[in-house]
Ligand binder design. Structure first.
Ligand SMILES: Cc1cc2nc3c(=O)[nH]c(=O)nc-3n(C[C@H](O)[C@H](O)[C@H](O)COP(=O)(O)O)c2cc1C
Length: 185
């Protein structure tokens, strides 16, 4: 059914959770899956040797993790040779109005422009507000940002906005690109 590489960057853990979910879903569908943290990928890792690659990163202060950018930059030729997909995790993606999500789309496109990678499919994924995991300063800053955006400000709890059904559809679209993919009905 094909070997798939999932590489991700994550600062507070939500993109890691999403990458693991993608890996589990692909494994359940019969694929051989390797999930790696893009900050410390195995030295011998060659994305070009996989049948397909998914990369994910989250947005902090207006950009994706620089180590994910370095990873994609380094492997852009290989990534452009195999079926590939990119997902970008942010709070901006949680806005219901597409106009309000536009800044996240612009950051995603700038990332691809910078790296020269042309994935077959992309997705903006709504992330999480993990107040319980933030230090005091980060909690205060994030509460203020969330408040300004009309978001959730009760720092006594965490919030997850990820739309798992939308993620499933993204995985299905990616699987359809793989060699020997079953015909879509
Ligand atoms: C310090 C900090 C800065 C952030 N900056 C942005 C931002 O500029 N734009 C945005 O849409 N989301 C921003 N977020 C929200 C994150 O993208 C969101 O919490 C995401 O789920 C983080 O994913 P991760 O846990 O995989 O790092 C920020 C979050 C933190 C904690």
């Amino acid at each position: 059914m094909g070997r798939v590489l999932v590489a991700f960057g994550s600062s507070e853990g939500q993109t890691a959770t999403i990458a693991e979910r993608i890996g589990d879903t692909l494994e359940d569908a019969g694929h051989d899956v390797v999930v790696v943290h893009a900050k410390h990928p195995p030295a011998e890792l060659d994305p070009g040797r996989y049948d397909g690659v998914i990369v994910g990163a989250s947005i902090h202060m207006g950009s994706h993790q620089s180590y994910v950018e370095s990873f994609v930059d380094k492997h852009s030729e290989a990534l452009n040779r195999v079926p590939s997909a990119f997902f970008s995790v942010s709070l901006t993606a949680a806005h219901p109005d597409p106009d309000d999500r536009e800044p996240a789309q612009e950051i995603l496109e700038a990332f691809l422009e910078e790296t020269g990678w042309e994935p077959d499919t992309t997705l903006l994924v709504a992330g999480a507000l993990k107040y319980s995991g933030y230090g005091l300063l980060k909690r205060v800053v994030m509460r203020r940002i969330a408040g300004k955006a009309g978001g959730d400000t009760d720092t006594a709890r965490d919030y997850e906005y990820t739309d798992w059904d939308e993620l499933e559809a993204f995985i299905d679209a990616f699987r359809a690109l793989l060699p020997d993919a079953p015909e879509q009905s």
